[in-house]
Each structure stands twice: as C-alpha cells, then as structure tokens.
Design a protein around this ligand. Structure first.
Ligand code: SF4
Length: 493
C-alpha cells in the first residue's frame, strides 16, 4: 500500500494543459526534423550565437539549428562562444560537491540500474544515523567538502522522515581541521519524486537543490526501461515533480537526462530545453542546474550493453549547445567521465563537478580515498582523482574552486539568484565569496602542490577585486579575508 499511495493524481492533473504534457514527442521531432539535414549557414549560426553572447535564452528552433551544425570550423566557433558566455556569467569559478549515497534500497526496477529491485547481486541497505555521521565527518573534516548531493533510492525505509533525519545529521557534523573547522553547508538532494506536502517539509529542513532526472524525455523509451507496474513507471509523476517542488517553495531545482538511454541525444537536449522553458513560463524560475550523465555499465545490468551511447564528439557538442541555449543555468558534469574529458567540458561549458567521490553505501568511512568497490555502486566511475589533486589541476589552469554556499543561506535562490545572474550582480558576490572560501580550503585541507598553485590564483583574484570593486567593497573584502586567514570560518557576503 505504500507504493499505491505514492502517486497523487491530482498533483499531476493540475499542471496539465488541456490534458496534455509540455513534452510533446511529435513537436520535438518536428522541430528537430525542420533543422535536420539542413546545415545552417555560418551567418545564421553567428546570428544565434550573438543572442547567447548577449546572455539570452535560445528558442527550441534556434537550439535545434545549433544541434545540426557539423562543420568543424563552426563547431569551434560555437565552443569559443560557449566559453565567452560561461566567463561572462560564471567567470573562472568551478563549484565542487560530493555525492553521498544514503541507501541503495529501491522498489523500482529500472532496467539500466544496479540498484533495481530484481538485481539480487547488489547488497542492500540504508545507512544508520551513526553511519551518516561518520560519512559526513570524513567528507567535511578529512576531504574538505562543503556541499553534498545526498542520494536515495525509492523505498518505504527511506521515506521523507528518513531523508530529513539524514540531512539534519549531515548539517550537524563539525570537525576540527588544521586551522579552523570543517562542516557541510549545503545539502542538495537527489531522490524520487515526492508529494507537495513532503516537499514543504524538506524545504523547512533546509535542502539546497532538489534534483530529479527524467532519465529520458522520450516516452516510448521511458516505458521500455521503467516497468509500468512500478512507481517510476509513471512518466508524468516524474515529469511534474519540479512543478510540485517550485509550488512548495523549494526554489532551486535540478533537472537532467541519462544520455544514451534513448538513441537520439538531440531529442534529450530538446527535452531538457522544453522542461526549462516550461518552469520559467509557469514559475518564473528555470532550473538551477542541468545534468547530463552518460549511461555507464553497472554490476549485472545487461540492458546497458544494448544502448548506443553518446560519443565524446557528440557529448562535447551537446555541452556546447546547452551552454549557449541556457546561459544562466549551472551545468553539472560528474566523475562518470574520465578526468581529461571532464576537465575539457568544464573548461568551456560546465560549471560544477564532484570529486573524491564514493558512490558505494558507506564508502567514505570504509574505503581508502579513490578506491572503488563495484558491487556497492550504482555504476562505475571514470574520474577517481582526490579533491586535492583536482583542485590543484584546476588552479594550474587558472580556475578557482568555489566552496561558496552563501546564496542559499542569504535567500539568493530561485528567482532572486536568476535575476542577479542576469543582471551580472551575483557575479560580484560570487567572486568575493569564492576567494574567501578557497582561502579557507587551502589553509585547512590543501597538500603542498595545491597550496602553491592555489596561492597564485588567489593573488590574481585579489588584484582583480581591487581593480573592479568600489574601495568600500574592497576594504570589506580584505577585512573578511584577513579574518579567514586568522582562522575564522564561514564568513560570507
Ligand atoms: Fe531505483 Fe533509481 Fe535505480 Fe530506478 S534508477 S532502480 S529508481 S535507484
């Protein structure tokens, strides 16, 4: 009966327009077909790019035209433009987080997932609160993360009360470090679609971004991989979960698709775009983040071997086009990708990534950093660098890793953060907070190499802040910076 009571039909129906979804398979196919086979002229591509450079969203038709570009010179121009857009909105900042898998219990039976109920090879459990505390202590006190994405399957043992308890436990962990203390300051949540009242409850607990991926927007493929007799088999319950979240006052929502489930990656890009447009139209807030994981093999998931997948070249194209289509939206690339490829996508399009990730239950406390144990995992990781190594690698390329979580705690979320991003105002807070949180991190956690590389980045950032800010802001910034150097923690604008 728990399963039967999960889906509230009235919480789907209220968002339909004349009984129809905002994802219309025929419409998407026809927009794509309109562009298909007709490589747009360079002048037309440049016209569309100019709109992106002006930090404006693209229409589905414009996006479809860019998806159709194959000429290497034009693709290079588009990638260059994506980098400019990224620089304009996000400058050289990278945001990092760690996934924390709380449970792999799941009542669903998705054919591509190692946690599906019929996969008897997977060992199943949910972390106890004592274990959650240990995981959070390693993440906050040893590795140095400030943001987590906590992950749950869908199961009565991990209902919304369990989710709330685990989040509270994570927030309460505080660990001494070399110079200050470590704590988790933002907990984003990846879990099943839930009901409006439950979303209000989690909003009050203090969740960061509520993330649910549609997996595939293509309805026939969705039906093929999610058995109809499971909760996840209901496409619409999932499709409208972000509507429910925004209605419940959960301001930051994250959407995504599992690329490779459906053969046509361009269709999934269009699905993400239509989803983004729908949320902006109905609630005035687009998604805070978009994710595009590529399907990966997992223990005992033969379905994955039948998937066509997405090549690296096509993946780069999709990152470029999404960056140009939704200039303000954070784009997440994860450790599913190998280090070199992930860093390339971060260099021009993506803005957030995970590091030091363990995706097995209890992995942080029990396994050595970077070790993997496939039987515990939902899939296999490609990038197993430590957070320290990764931050050093980014610093070497002139990028600063920001541990800022101020926006969410100062109410700069949802519509407010989007407006600030659009006006360019948020960038000013972000730059100041990035330097202060990076200072904290270098002093508390960095190894020798990362510290040396990080110092160069910090000094360059401070010079830029001096040049670009009014004297009063610069003085206030320097005062906070000095306090941080002296061991005070969690100071932000
Ligand atoms: Fe459960 Fe999610 Fe895996 Fe489906 S994809 S079986 S819902 S954990």
């Amino acid at each position: 009966s728990w399963i039967e009571n999960r889906i509230k039909q009235d919480e789907i129906d209220k968002y339909l327009e004349n009984g129809e979804d905002f994802i219309n398979t025929e419409e998407i196919e026809s927009v794509l077909a309109g562009a298909e086979g007709k490589e747009p002229e360079p002048a037309r591509v440049r016209e569309i790019i100019a709109k992106s450079l002006n930090v404006e969203n693209l229409t589905p038709q414009e996006t479809a035209e860019l998806l159709n570009v194959t000429d290497p010179d034009m693709l290079a121009e588009m990638q260059e433009a994506a980098l400019k857009v990224k620089k304009k909105v996000y400058d050289n900042r990278i945001v990092t987080f760690a996934p924390l898998y709380m449970s792999n219990l799941c009542v669903n039976n998705c054919s591509y997932c190692g946690f599906r109920t019929e996969n008897e090879q997977s060992s199943r459990r949910a972390l106890s609160m004592e274990e959650v505390k240990k995981e959070a202590e390693v993440l906050a006190g040893k590795i140095g993360h400030k943001r987590l994405i906590v992950v749950y399957g869908e199961h009565p043992s991990t209902d919304v009360d369990y989710v709330a308890d685990t989040i509270n436990t994570v927030y309460s962990a505080k660990m001494p470090t070399k110079k200050g203390y470590g704590s988790i300051r933002r907990v984003n949540v990846n879990m099943a679609p839930i009901q409006i009242d439950e979303l209000k409850y989690l909003r009050d607990v203090g969740i960061g971004t509520y993330q649910v991926f549609q997996e595939t927007y293509h309805k026939p493929t969705y039906a093929k991989v999610h058995p109809a007799n499971t909760i996840k088999g209901n496409y619409r319950w999932r499709l409208y979960c972000m509507h429910r979240a925004l209605e419940a006052g959960v301001d930051d929502v994250g959407i995504g698709a599992l690329f490779g489930l459906y053969d046509d990656w361009k269709f999934e890009v269009m699905g993400l775009l239509y989803h983004s447009i729908e949320l902006e139209d109905k609630f005035g807030i687009g998604p805070h983040t978009i994710s595009f994981p590529r399907i990966e093999p997992a223990v005992n998931t033969p379905y994955v071997s039948q998937c066509k997948g997405v090549s690296n070249d096509d993946f780069e194209r999709l990152v470029t086009v999404v960056r140009l289509a939704v200039p303000h939206t954070g784009l997440i690339i994860t450790c599913r990708e190998d280090a070199e490829f992930k860093d390339k996508c971060l260099s021009y399009g993506c803005t957030q990534t995970d590091a030091s990730s363990q995706i097995g239950i209890g992995g942080y406390a029990e396994l050595a950093e970077s070790a993997q144990e496939e039987i515990r995992q939902q899939f296999v990781l490609g990038d197993t660098r430590s957070l320290d190594t990764m931050i050093g690698d980014y610093a070497e390329k002139g990028m600063i890793t920001s541990f800022c979580t101020a926006g969410y705690r100062c109410g700069r979320t949802g519509k407010c953060i989007m407006n600030l991003l659009k006006s360019g105002e948020e960038g000013k807070f972000c730059k100041l907070n990035a330097v202060i949180t990076f200072r904290e991190w270098l002093d508390d956690f960095a190894g020798e190499r990362t510290k040396q590389l990080g110092e160069k980045v910090i000094q360059k950032e401070i010079r830029e802040i001096k040049e670009q800010s009014p004297e009063k802001v610069y003085q206030q910034f320097m005062s906070n910076y000095e306090r941080t150097l002296n061991g005070e923690r969690d100071i932000y604008f």
